[in-house]
Design a protein around this ligand. Structure first.
Ligand code: FES
Ligand code: FE2
Length: 333
């Protein structure tokens, strides 16, 4: 799809902001499961603020506002997990992963509000594929879509996931726009040609096809992308998770896997090549990888709300329109 824009006036750099949008809603990776043992507690900074992450003895993880509803102590500094609860260091009040106050060691009667509802802000948590995901919505709304099923990430017939992690100096919308920016694959990444591409928005899912079946991608909200690279009938899967640290900084984690073809087989060599190619070129390029080229662009660019597009550009505006559904407040696109 080609999109051309007719503009009366082009904004200059001083009129532009780097990342003018709020933090989007969706499921986001907040930690790897192995980083949080039962009884463990950690301070993390995501979604533009501090949180305390903890895991009860029952294995269930919670992500909570660190400031105790009682007198405001920060529970990530001196707090402990007791049983399945997070215990504040100051007066030993305890909270569960849903934010209910479970115990006040010196109270005869629980305060009224604490009997009726959770008093500590927490986020819904799901743990899959060795990752702890939290549902973030700026207004606290409940999840209305899920984390996708990716059978190869849970199958014994696939190699254990190989992972990487990067901090990127821009917002997720800008990173994802790469997936529909076909010309940059040639000019920034030095692919031999501009590959053909198609894209389709379906509710909270955005589907892409780059290189006529070479890379089939699915974005499930802002935080989860699956890309399957296929060559000569062999497929390698990339599972990418991006999390807003704040409005201008994103943590992107990637996991890769492929079928555990016998060592020495032709299929294994192809899969291994697709994997190596993706580490260097995680968004489908044939030469320069995203780490060496995209990061420099992302870290320094500004967002143009009204870009000057030409007929050879990819469906940039379709991507932006799809992505705008994840901002809780209407934004000026
Ligand atoms: S401030 Fe947390 S128990 Fe008092
Ligand atoms: Fe790129």
């Amino acid at each position: 799809m080609n999109e051309m824009t007719t503009l009366e006036r082009i904004q200059t750099g001083d009129e532009l902001e780097r990342c003018p949008f709020p933090i989007p809603l969706g499921w986001f990776a907040v930690a790897l499961s192995e980083e949080l043992k039962p009884g463990g507690i950690a301070n993390i900074h995501v979604f533009g603020r501090e949180w305390v992450l903890f895991r009860g003895e029952d294995g269930k993880a919670g992500l909570a506002d660190p400031y105790c509803p009682h007198l405001g102590a920060h529970m990530g500094h001196g707090g402990e997990v007791v049983g399945n609860n997070l215990r504040c260091p100051f007066h030993h009040w305890e909270y569960d992963a849903e934010g209910w106050c479970k115990k006040i060691p010196y109270a005869k009667v629980m305060p009224g509000i604490a009997r009726k509802k959770p008093v500590l802000k927490t986020l819904p948590i799901e743990e899959r594929y060795g990752v702890i995901f939290a549902w973030y919505h700026p207004n606290g709304d409940e999840p209305y879509f899920g984390i996708p099923d990716v059978p190869e990430l849970e199958s014994d017939e696939y190699i254990p996931m190989r992972r990487g992690e990067w901090d990127i100096g821009t917002m997720i919308q800008e990173i994802g726009e790469n997936g529909v920016d076909y010309p940059h694959l040639k000019y920034l990444h030095h692919a031999p040609i501009i590959p053909p591409g198609t894209a389709k928005a379906e509710g909270h899912i955005f589907r892409t096809d780059i290189g006529a079946g070479y890379i089939i991608g699915e974005s499930h909200g802002p935080g989860v992308v699956i890309q399957r690279f296929t060559k000569d009938g062999v497929t390698m899967t990339m599972f990418a998770m991006s999390t807003p640290i704040d409005t201008e900084m994103t943590k992107t984690r990637m996991a890769f896997t492929f079928r555990n073809y016998p060592e020495g087989s032709k299929e294994r060599a192809i899969a291994q090549h697709l994997y190596e190619h993706s580490i260097g070129a995680a968004d489908g390029e044939d030469s320069a990888g995203f780490e060496s080229v995209d990061l420099i662009v992302w870290d320094n660019k500004k967002y143009r709300p009204q870009p000057l597009l030409c007929d050879g550009d990819g469906p940039i505006l379709l991507w932006r329109k799809w992505f705008s559904q994840f901002y809780a407040e209407p934004i000026e696109a």
